[in-house]
Design a protein around this ligand. Structure first.
Ligand code: FAD
Length: 479
């Protein structure tokens, strides 16, 4: 009887404890992916994530085929489909790596119970985080609400477990005859956009899969980690790892990233990166775990304000302003550059994510959930925990959030973090020929120069928008 390995957000062979367990059992292995479009986000998967998933599944299938087994792909409601596939395969056991989002946990608990009731073993493993959410707790056993305290406690637990090697051979099981019907294959999932095919920019920017992720990781620890602490806020420099989609889909595990970065600094190779760069990078990786642990402790934060006084916030509902923000036509170059980078490549630099999110929730006084939904649809790294936690953080309504009255000035932010205007010029090409002195605020350019540039006037006055936001916030009880 075979063992089924159910892949989800862990599309890799290395450091995959569920796969390693199955191989070690000595039984033939059936590798399964179930596309359950409603499941992953408890809502529909976004377009960019669907595009990445298509490539990620193809890469995983090829990688598995190389070591003996391929990937079987099915489509449907996992809660009913998985127990049926287990029964049809006559499996002795099903294994998977744990996920921590509310909808995923609920499904997995139900499946485990159903499968066990049918007399089949079911085991799950830790693979997607550095430390599982319930293991990092305050002295009284509660969940942390402050990142620095969480990080100190997580750090005190020592390095996460060393990653497992990829199995050299996965003994395949014959595909069960009854699996023919629901197992539709990757093509039939229809994850790629067809008409219009908007994914050209994504294809140019990314190659999904474990091999590409390992290359990105290696390139980063060799070439990017040195200087990370100082340069990570600069969107004009290639200073961060860009591993977020790989971590989102599990082409690489956070433990692999952790150990590879530690080795690069403390190992023999050296590479020039110092402890300061390493600690900063590890603590950014920690934010990902912290976001997971927040949602684990309070599943309602997916859509509810952590600070409930924000429930009374008089958010504006303005379709024109929203469209200008989404399309990168706000008249603020750094905001527009970020939103266009997002649209074209499915990714945006973290500093710019903060700037555009602040602009939406403060200068435009729009609900963070509207921005979160747009990011969910357009980011290749769209992840329920990180997306929600960061949006609530910027909007001032989240756990350990920046206070609402701290409103980013997009011009000053741009001058500080894109000092030569290279980032803005790259993503807003109509501004490419403006002098650096006014590229972040085109309305201050010499009228003769500005007149030659087709670029929108600002859709909101910075001072006026800020005053409107602060007045709305002051009106909240408890603010
Ligand atoms: P690096 O600087 O190289 O960091 C390494 C890894 O650490 C990242 O790949 C990521 O997994 C993790 N990380 C870094 N910063 C954060 C952070 N603030 N929160 C959580 N994890 C972090 N990240 C997502 O992965 N998915 C999202 O949906 C997402 N939505 C966001 C929404 C907003 C409004 C903001 C402000 C940030 C959001 N982030 C999200 C966090 C962050 O912007 C990205 O993880 C980061 O830009 C990815 O680039 P990188 O891999 O080069 O990061």
């Amino acid at each position: 009887a075979p063992v089924i390995v159910w892949f989800r957000d862990d599309l890799r062979l290395a450091d995959n404890p569920a796969l390693s367990h199955a191989v070690a059992s000595g039984r033939p292995v059936l590798c399964l992916f179930v596309h359950d479009p409603q499941q992953a986000f408890a809502r529909a998967l976004g377009g960019a994530v669907r595009w990445w998933l298509d490539g990620g599944l193809r890469a995983l299938h090829a990688d598995l085929a190389r070591v003996g087994a391929g990937l079987h792909v099915a489509c449907g409601d996992a809660a009913t489909l998985v127990p049926r596939l287990v029964a049809q395969a006559g499996a002795a056991e099903i294994v998977w790596n744990r996920r921590y989002d509310p909808a995923g946990r609920e499904t997995d608990t139900a499946i485990k119970a159903a499968v066990k009731e049918a007399g089949v073993a079911a085991h799950s493993f830790a693979a997607g985080v550095l430390h599982e959410p319930w293991t990092v707790r305050t002295r009284t056993g509660d969940a942390f609400r402050v990142y620095t305290a969480w990080w100190r406690a997580a750090r005190a637990m020592g390095d996460p477990l060393p990653p497992l090697p990829a199995p050299a051979h996965v003994p395949p099981a014959a595909r069960p005859a009854a699996w023919a019907e629901p197992c539709v294959g990757i093509d039939a999932l229809g994850l790629r956009p067809v008409a219009p095919d908007w994914a050209g920019g994504l294809r140019a920017a990314w190659r999904p899969g474990e091999e590409a992720a390992r290359e990105r990781l290696r390139d980063f620890v060799v070439g990017g980690l040195a200087g990370y602490a100082d340069a990570r806020d600069r969107p004009d420099l290639p200073a961060t790892s860009r591993l977020s989609p790989d971590l989102r889909f599990g082409h690489v595990s956070p433990r692999q990233v952790w150990h590879e970065a530690v080795m690069a600094v403390r190992g023999t190779a050296g590479q020039g990166a110092g402890e300061k760069d390493l600690e900063k990078f590890l603590s950014e990786l920690g934010w990902r775990d912290f976001a997971v642990s927040l949602l684990y402790a309070q599943p309602e934060l997916v859509s509810a304000n952590f600070r409930t006084e924000f429930d009374a916030m008089p958010w504006r509902d303005d379709a024109r302003d929203l469209r200008a923000w989404q399309q990168g036509r706000t008249g603020y170059p750094i905001v527009d550059a970020g939103m266009r980078q997002l649209w074209q490549t499915g990714w945006m630099h973290n500093r710019v994510r903060m700037i555009v999110a602040s602009f939406l929730t403060k200068h435009l006084l729009m609900d963070w959930r509207v921005g979160e939904a747009w990011f969910r649809d357009t980011l290749v790294d769209a992840d329920i925990a990180s997306n929600v936690a960061n949006w609530q953080w910027v909007a001032g309504c989240g756990v350990d959030a920046a206070p609402y009255f701290r409103v980013f000035n997009p011009v000053l932010q741009a001058q500080k973090f894109d000092p030569d205007g290279a980032y803005v010029r790259r993503w807003v090409p109509e501004l490419a020929r403006l002098p650096t002195s006014c590229v972040h605020a085109p309305w201050t350019c010499d009228p003769a120069i500005r007149g030659r540039v087709a670029y929108p006037a600002p859709i909101v006055d910075l001072q006026g928008g800020r005053a409107r936001a602060l007045a709305a916030w002051k009106g909240l009880s408890g603010a």
